[in-house]
Design a protein around this ligand. Sequence first.
Ligand SMILES: C[S@@+](CC[C@H](N)C(=O)[O-])C[C@H]1O[C@@H](n2cnc3c(N)ncnc32)[C@H](O)[C@@H]1O
Length: 223
Amino acid sequence: MEQSNTAQRTDADRVGSERDQEEAVRRALEAYYRAGEPPWDTGVTPPELVALVEGHGAPPPGRALELGCGTGTNAVYLARHGWEVVAVDLIDRAVEQARAKAAAAGTAVRLLCGDATRLDDLDVPGPFDLFFDLSCYCGIPPHRRDAYAAGLTHRAAPGARLLMFGYGPEAFDDPISGVTADELRARFAGWDLVDTTPGTNPVPTFWFGLRRRPDSMRKGGTP
Ligand SMILES: C[S@@+](CC[C@H](N)C(=O)[O-])C[C@H]1O[C@@H](n2cnc3c(N)ncnc32)[C@H](O)[C@@H]1O
């Protein structure tokens, strides 16, 4: 009995500290948007996404889901290039700005305020042919990352692509942020990491390309 009480306390402590981590991340992000013009909000679509969408061997436009879309620059870019886009961000202020940007551009992007690690709470059934994540995943606390990967995997069309930009762990002072190729390989079961290209930032950054294995869908559509 003594032991089980201790185990319950330990479990409750862990859940409490995980919630604190999520809350701390949310508060920090909210503060950036409240202050106006967060440093990442350049309004420029990265050449890596342009190459995928417009470059040699570009896939035909299909359905795309952007995770952590911020003020919507890239969701609007995708929609302008014929993609049917759903884009999600945790911070309502960012989503409001993204909606205004999409409306001004005359594009029909579905912009949702929500958690990329809790897609089941949102109306985003998929399947999607393309997932795009520009430095969202690398800031997600580790205990939510399996749920992020599962959410994408369940919504991925066979052969779907995930293009992700992320900062390496060395780029952060805290011990929970950052992403590595090894981590993605381990966490995204049923996907192949087909490309890892270092970014040009002064701190370690990477562009990762992942591909959902076409043969990893079971009969009935369950991954
Ligand atoms: C570094 S910013 C990049 C924003 C945008 N991709 C861009 O490049 O302008 C990370 C974004 O991810 C969002 N974000 C972080 N965690 C999230 C989560 N769990 N679910 C949805 N969005 C999240 C943040 O609110 C923020 O807008």
